[in-house]
Design a binder for this molecule. Structure first.
Ligand SMILES: [Zn+2]
Length: 184
């Protein structure tokens, strides 16, 4: 057999189906409301081997989501990764993602094509600042269909205001976080 891929050395269970289906419902709402990205943090309890989600306060826009990792994570739980939305784009690690995740070891899952069922999933793992593509079936349980999510998650979401940067090439140029956008 070939050599063990590095992500196999992360001894975490696969992300439970129920969590993924909640997250997909949340990301869909963000798309329905205003085509925004969003993110959740994955927590793992090494004593019980359970996983759960933490929704951080976040600033979301069409092309980006920004949050700081909360410093009040419950005792016994550790952050092992995150899941963020690419709204209707395909799921991949963008240049911005690679940049943001260099200093965040762990599992980084992207959900894209949220207007489809099932949506598109992509996962990469960062270990010692290096990235590895993960086989999605190795890191998540089988997804079936989006369900629902706690309404209070929406209170964590702040819509990022777009700043007008001026005229360029005869168009208004807006800056909305990570990705600049041209708008008529
Ligand atoms: Zn991304």
């Amino acid at each position: 057999m070939g050599e063990q891929k590095p992500f196999c050395k992360m001894n975490y269970p696969r992300v439970p189906r129920a969590l993924l289906e909640q997250v997909a419902a949340f990301f869909q709402r963000m798309d329905d409301d205003w085509f925004g990205e969003a993110a959740v943090i994955l927590l793992h309890n090494p004593d019980t081997d359970e996983m759960k989600l933490l929704v951080p306060d976040q600033e979301c826009s069409m092309g980006s989501v920004h949050y700081t990792i909360p410093n009040n994570i419950e005792p016994g739980w550790r952050m092992i990764g995150d899941i963020h939305s690419h709204v209707r784009m395909s799921a991949f690690a963008s240049g911005v993602d690679v940049h943001d995740e260099v200093s965040r070891p762990g599992l980084h899952i992207v959900i894209g094509e949220i207007d489809k069922e099932p949506p598109d999933f992509h996962a990469e793992v960062v270990v010692d600042g290096m990235r590895f593509k993960a086989n999605i079936e190795d890191v998540i349980e089988d997804y079936v269909a989006r369900t629902s999510f706690p309404e209070e998650w929406m209170q964590k979401v702040k819509k990022k205001k777009w700043e007008w940067q001026g005229w360029r090439g005869g168009k208004h140029w807006w800056k909305g976080g990570a990705h600049d956008q041209l708008a008529d």
